[in-house]
Write a protein that binds this ligand. Sequence first.
Ligand code: UD1
Ligand code: UDP
Length: 373
Amino acid sequence: MSGSLKIVTVVGARPQFVKAAVLSRHIRSDRYKGKISELIVHTGQHYDRNMSEVFFSEMQIPHPDVNLGISGGSHGSMTGEMLAKIEEVLAEHKPDLVMVYGDTNSTLAGALAAAKLHISVAHVEAGLRSFNMIMPEEINRVLTDHIAEYLFCPSAVSVENLRKEGIPKHLTPEKKSKVFTCGDIMFDASLFYREINAQRKEEDKIIHRLNIGPDFVLTTVHRAENTDNPARLEAIFSAMNEMEETNFILPLHPRTGKIVKERGITINSNVRVIEPVGYFDMLDLEEHCRLIMTDSGGVQKEAYFFGKPCITLRDETEWVETVQSGWNRLVGAEKDTIKMALMKAVAPKTQESLYGDGDAGTYILESLLENND
Ligand code: UD1
Ligand code: UDP
């Protein structure tokens, strides 16, 4: 690597490709030439073409410099294997900084490997909390935030969450962590790629290719708390099946797909199951749907960016502003509550800008250059 600030970016799961696309593009622009360089490490956590490669090609993310090929297994073995392998990469390349995104096992492994080698960690999407330590994601994000030097928060609430945990704090007697409010990097991604997507031919777009009608509910389900709990998953599918007049488009995460098959869960014809889609197709589905029902963190926010009411299949959310503003409703996984929410969902009349000005990427890089000591 050349350049004055050497960054190793660790990604592994679908939402991280979307987030990393923004910074990778900026880093390779003229503005940062000679100032910042990046080596991309893919842990291999997500590996199907439509869970990984499609994002790199569509979003023009440089091909990963290293792919560790680690996926599946228990959380401990996956995270442990990643830790050992990332440590080797960091020892070889000696970056100034390791960049991690969000709250997956790849996030924690990247942050921990760096911190143990005394390499600075920058965490994008810092300070998010569900206050539910049953979630693997909550463990990952809390631990990452406590060892990160640069904490990039998407919202005021996330800054406040960190403050309550004593962050910023001294990491060593000499070094204190730094907290920034930068807006949401997924907002940057949605604005930038929406424009590129608009230039695609209509016949290439998913709405046309799959002949999707004008009135549908875009649905995604993949959270462990839903997929690994038979009663919850059954209730979610029963609610959709019983809403016979409602068309659901369900790009199904492979995790959920496997479990639905194993358990022989019934899916009626009003629920159209499709393979996970690439980012452009997802943007199209979000733009054209009537409403969104999801347990995804990223998709809850994208519903807000697209001005679509959201029904969240969880008991709590990290993105509390979307609920407080009336655009998102938490329904858990209880059949009748889901059906009622589907019948009643309407878009509020107003929408504030909750997640910044769409330029979190530049803010993050400028902050790193200014504060890098
Ligand atoms: C992971 C993250 C979760 C994030 C989600 C984004 C953790 C603990 N969880 O969950 O926070 O919201 O990614 O999508 O890091 N699989 C495939 N092909 C793939 C990827 C996964 O078949 O390309 C299947 C495998 O059976 C795998 C299972 O999905 O064992 C779960 O994958 P894993 O990466 O462990 O967790 P996710 O549920 O994807
Ligand atoms: N996404 C996608 N195709 C899909 C489902 C999701 O491109 O079939 C995108 C979505 O638009 C968002 C990101 O993946 O940008 C969210 O990832 P996911 O829901 O897997 O994870 P989470 O955000 O819950 O961690």
